[in-house]
Design a protein around this ligand. Structure first.
Ligand SMILES: [Zn+2]
Length: 412
């Protein structure tokens, strides 16, 4: 049973979710020194209490370790941003909140980008881009809207067949209007509204057919938001309070990697879904293939931006460190180094929101590796539904997630 036994831990679990709310408030105004005092006071109280608790069961131990990991790594992040005499170097800090060696991994990715893949993607999309239609036109938006009921039905059916969503599950799907910049999709755990960004569709003019909307990105977004975040919320609903999917928990630094890791993994399953329905959806293998390459290139960009942000911080914090020289030396690419120097303005503080998207696939992969080691090399494929359900049960810190999923699989 996924229930806490130790009565003190039950209390600590309740206190921790209240604290998650305070953390969310503090993150909204990090310069507020009164907020910092309130935050530190409650943090110390909870950590002291947590050190007194002796777990009675393996599950208790997981929940306790999870609370400590969440609060410790989240505090390290807040300390990095707000403490004028923070002691760790940028690299050491990042490796602590992201995992040992992750800074080096980002550096490797920046050093050797997949140039050939980028080049071929540009080649493959050149011709099709000539028939693109502006998404702000009424015709484009009408074409997009006509897909909405269909996408909702497909996602609900698939989610229920795969055991990701319960039989009585329903949601609201809203299409957001197109914007010039920063368009995104979202899942609201409170209202169960899936907001689908207008970027979910590519619009083309096709002779007599007129303006058509290709919905591959919309399906990818639905897999991310509904079958990722939504299913995660539902599968975690009976778990201890501090491991449920809430609007607050997704703001705790080490759980961000797991919420987004789960969602991005779900998003990757959209390729197979689309390939099995090409005729049915009126799309081509090329449409599905381009979605996949686009996502792979996006993963690369996320690594690059995070690395650039850390370089900016190193420049601020490490005397004599020249980020331009460093990047030029690393990449041997003056174009990249110059663009970074002239155009890139973000430090880690503004990239923090992206830590989950950037590191999620990495930490999800570590969990999968653990499961293969403990339950057999082909377990995730052989026991797909059981594995997916366990991976969706509980919102954990990345430090505890592999053990938590293994525990759930063992104790079902
Ligand atoms: Zn997400």
């Amino acid at each position: 049973m996924n229930e806490i036994t130790n009565p003190q831990l039950i209390e600590l679990d309740k206190r921790t979710v209240e604290f998650y709310k305070l953390i969310q408030g503090y993150f909204g105004g990090l310069s507020n020194l009164y907020g910092k005092e309130r935050y530190k006071e409650e943090l110390d109280g909870i950590l002291d209490k947590s050190n007194e608790i002796i777990p009675e069961t393996e599950f208790d131990d997981l929940v306790l370790r999870n609370i400590q990991s969440n609060l410790r790594l989240n505090d390290l992040t807040l300390d990095y941003l707000t403490n004028p005499s923070f002691e760790l170097s940028v690299i050491d800090f990042f490796d602590k909140i992201a995992g040992n060696g992750v800074y080096g991994l980002l550096e490797e990715r920046v050093k050797s980008p997949p140039w050939e893949k980028k080049w071929k993607y540009a080649e493959r999309t050149r011709e099709r881009n000539c028939t693109r239609v502006n998404r702000f036109t009424e015709e484009a938006q009408t074409a997009a809207k006509s897909w909405i009921p269909r996408i909702k039905e497909d996602i609900l059916n698939y989610g229920k067949e795969e055991g990701l969503l319960p039989e009585n599950f329903d949601m609201t799907l809203l299409l957001l209007p197109p914007k010039e910049r920063s368009e995104w999709s979202s899942w609201s755990s409170v209202t169960r509204i899936f907001n689908l960004g207008s970027y979910g569709f590519d619009f083309f003019h096709r002779g007599k057919e007129g303006v058509v909307a290709i919905p591959t990105k919309a399906y990818g977004a639905a897999f991310h938001e509904v079958l990722g975040h939504g299913a995660h919320q539902i599968h975690s609903a009976d778990m201890p309070l501090s491991t449920r999917f809430t609007e607050q928990i997704v703001g705790i630094t080490p759980t961000k990697s797991i919420t987004e890791g789960v969602a991005i993994n779900s998003e990757n399953r959209a390729y197979e879904f689309l390939r099995n329905r090409l005729d049915n959806l009126g799309i081509t293998e090329e449409d599905a293939a381009l979605l996949q390459i686009d996502d792979e290139l996006q993963e690369q960009s996320r690594y690059e931006y995070m690395y650039y942000a850390l370089l900016k911080d190193r420049e601020l914090r490490e005397k004599g460190f020249n980020a331009y020289e460093h990047l030029l030396n690393l990449t041997q690419n003056p174009v990249i180094a110059r663009q970074f120097k002239e155009n890139f303005k973000e430090g880690f503080e503004s990239m923090w929101e992206q830590t989950g998207h950037t590191l999620g696939p990495l930490h999800y992969g570590k969990m999968e590796k653990t499961v293969r080691e403990k339950f057999g090399k082909d377990y995730p494929e052989r026991e797909r539904k059981r594995f997916n359900a366990a991976a969706l049960t509980g919102v954990w810190s990345w430090e505890v997630y592999p053990d938590a999923v293994a525990y759930i699989l063992k104790n079902e």
